[in-house]
Design a protein around this ligand. Structure first.
Ligand code: DI6
Ligand code: FE
Length: 399
């Protein structure tokens, strides 16, 4: 049965631009977009339902392509410490930071992790998010990474959102491997990744390439195993220093390299050649009060696709609103509202390997869209948070 949605304007985001259709209509069938165009040209035929959208602006469902939604505890106490002058590094050296979240996550039951992650995810969904990526990485042992990945799968089953699961076992060094980073990498490569992949819990593999995490050589060992397992890779790179992780990611045809404040022009060239998406995370930039901006001009000049994500995590980006990240991408990184919206639709889909099926309003794509009661598409990057009036459609069905 076909459904006709009409009396709306559409920002289709095809090719990563607004690609506006005024007075548009959309035909959906069995969860997919069958046709979209000017209402005057709607194909003749039988429509089971005709739904008026009261002049709303329709965009693709928003996609948050980088989050760490599943974790135990939170770190607002460390936030207070940092405001009193204690540095992120000092807190980490005293056993806080990622290590404290790892302790809380290991101590939590699967049900407890599910309940807290569900609340955070519901916040993201309030912004019209219909697809989200969630990483493990606060377990750092086979059992606790498995626990997190199972929670991630369950979130996708129980909430109205498409969830992609990324294994970030190479996020930090667990305490039992202190001073033995190579041994931990070996454990990831020979035990963790093969087991978790065999259980169907992993859609992609990520790592944290940084002087205070893992070296490019260590990351490459993880990438090689991911490749053998047939899993695409992503990388946290160039957040605090330049190790050329983004070029390494490009050599492995990574779906994305993320953060990137310290990347170089050569990195941008490599990413453009491999089609690796640059995922920028303005929430982490803001929360850490960073001053080094990602090289926007080099990214644009070399045609690297740019996505924006929340990086929702307890340490560096407790960000519960993807639309707030759109605003920050514009104010902090000087992106245009159009670039920012492409960054949470078409380019975010590509960063998840879903560029053919999601991210724009085009025939053949999944019918995930949001009808916003706004005046112009730029309103999505303009309002600072809040809950905008909207209707959300997922797989062709209004939620
Ligand atoms: N980059 C980050 O900013 C976070 N992880 C990462 O790879 C930090 C996560 C944390 O502090 O808990
Ligand atoms: Fe992250």
């Amino acid at each position: 049965m076909k459904t006709l949605w009409q009396h709306c304007n559409a920002a289709t985001m095809a090719n990563g631009t607004y690609s506006i259709i005024e007075d548009a209509a959309i035909v959906t069938r069995e969860g997919f977009i069958e046709w979209i165009g000017p209402r005057q040209q709607v194909p003749a035929g039988e429509y089971g339902h005709t739904i008026g959208l009261d002049g709303a602006w329709v965009t693709p469902g928003l996609i948050d392509c980088h989050t760490h939604t599943v974790f135990g505890g939170n770190r607002s106490g460390e936030f207070e410490q940092r405001l009193q002058g204690v540095s992120y590094a000092e807190i980490a050296a005293a056993g806080g930071g990622i290590a404290s979240t790892v302790r809380a996550t290991r101590a939590a039951s699967e049900d407890e992790l599910f309940a807290s992650a569900r609340q955070r995810l519901l916040n993201l969904l309030r912004d019209g998010v219909t697809t989200v990526e969630i990483k493990s990485g606060y377990g750092l042992s086979l059992e606790s990474e498995r626990k997190i990945l199972r929670v991630i799968r369950r979130l996708g089953q129980e909430l109205p959102v498409t969830v992609r699961s990324t294994c970030l076992a190479a996020h930090a060094l667990p305490p039992e491997y202190k001073d033995r980073a190579d041994d931990y990498i070996e454990h990831i490569c020979t035990h963790m990744l093969p087991a978790l992949a065999a259980e169907g819990l992993v859609d992609a593999v990520d790592a944290f390439c940084e002087y205070l995490a893992f070296s490019p050589e260590q990351v490459e060992r993880v990438f090689k195993v991911a490749q053998q397992l047939g899993l695409p890779v992503k990388l946290h790179a160039e957040q605090l220093s330049s190790l050329h992780g983004s070029s390494l990611a490009a050599r492995y045809q990574a779906l994305s390299a993320d953060h990137l404040e310290f990347m170089t022009e050569e990195d941008a060239v490599a990413m453009a050649q491999s089609g690796t998406v640059a995922v920028l995370l303005p929430g982490a930039f803001y929360f850490l009060r960073e001053t080094q901006l990602p090289p926007m001009e080099a990214l644009r000049e070399h045609g690297v696709k740019i996505a924006i994500a929340s990086d929702l995590n307890p340490g560096t980006s407790p960000g519960l609103s993807l639309r707030l990240m759109l605003n920050m991408a514009c104010t902090l990184f000087r992106m245009t509202p159009e670039e920012a919206l492409a960054g949470v639709t078409q380019h975010a889909a590509t960063a998840l390997g879903l560029g053919e099926s999601h991210g724009s309003l085009e025939p053949g794509k999944v019918a995930d869209f949001v009808a916003w009661n706004i005046d112009r598409p730029a309103d999505l990057a303009y309002w600072l948070g809040g809950d905008l009036d909207k209707r959300v459609v997922r797989n062709g069905v209004e939620l």
